[in-house]
Design a protein around this ligand. Structure first.
Ligand code: TYD
Length: 209
């Protein structure tokens, strides 16, 4: 079972994933948590390059290909082997982030992105994708308040992040069976309760007790 988590900046994905992983482990599921970009030694090197605020001259296509390279490594090295062994993978961002940020945000051609993504992932898609949805300004403010380091993408304009959010909504509407839209502008426990409910209804029956 492969579950990805998407959403704009400051939507609280990382804490939600940590809590959901603990919940799934209590239910007897073998869980692997990973993230994009990164998640592997090679991916982490690519992440450093992508997020370096000094890399202002990076062109959108190079940016997309670097995210894709990190993704190819993560799928080959970690995700596919984990799924083959019957494990559950929780991934903080996956290919939909590229469609939202590099496609809807930067304006790269979506068909081109899909073609290259199919090569990078060998066609592997999540079984379930949570969209932790939140107003853009609220999310950016949360991130600043949390004292988190701002990466190159965080520093983009509010307009850019609005396009990303609208992109996510468009992607979710195209594949409603895969996506679950969750209002992330609520206390952590309430958001977590929604995630656990969905997971209870969809995957727990498949985990060995
Ligand atoms: P990260 O620090 O992991 O932030 P977050 O907590 O928001 O996930 O940084 C990931 C950043 O990279 C985030 O700004 C979104 C961006 N991104 C893309 O633009 N395209 C992609 O394909 C991926 C995976 C991430």
């Amino acid at each position: 079972m492969f579950i990805s988590f998407e959403g704009p900046e400051g939507s609280g994905k990382t804490s939600q994933i940590r809590l959901l992983a603990a919940f799934l482990r209590e239910q007897g599921c073998g869980v692997t948590v990973t993230r994009e970009p990164g998640g592997t030694r090679i991916g982490d090197q690519i992440r450093t390059c992508l997020h370096d605020v000094a890399n202002q001259e990076m062109v959108p296509t190079a940016e997309f290909l670097l995210y894709s390279a990190s993704r190819a490594q993560l799928v080959g090295e970690l995700i596919r082997p984990t799924l083959a062994a019957g494990g559950v993978v929780l991934c903080d961002r996956y290919a939909d982030s590229s469609l939202a940020y590099q496609g809807y945000g930067r304006g790269l051609d979506l068909q081109d992105l899909l073609t290259i993504t199919a090569i990078a992932t060998g066609g592997l898609k999540p079984d379930l994708t949570f969209l932790l949805d939140l107003d853009v300004e609220r999310g950016l403010a949360r991130r600043r308040l949390g004292g988190e380091e701002m990466n190159r993408l965080d520093l983009e304009s509010v307009r850019f992040h609005e396009r990303v959010r609208a992109g996510y909504h468009a992607l979710a509407a195209q594949e409603p069976h895969r996506w679950r839209l969750v209002n992330a502008d609520r206390p952590v426990e309430e958001v977590q309760a929604d995630l656990q409910q969905v997971v209870n209804d969809t995957i727990l029956s498949r985990c060995p007790k």
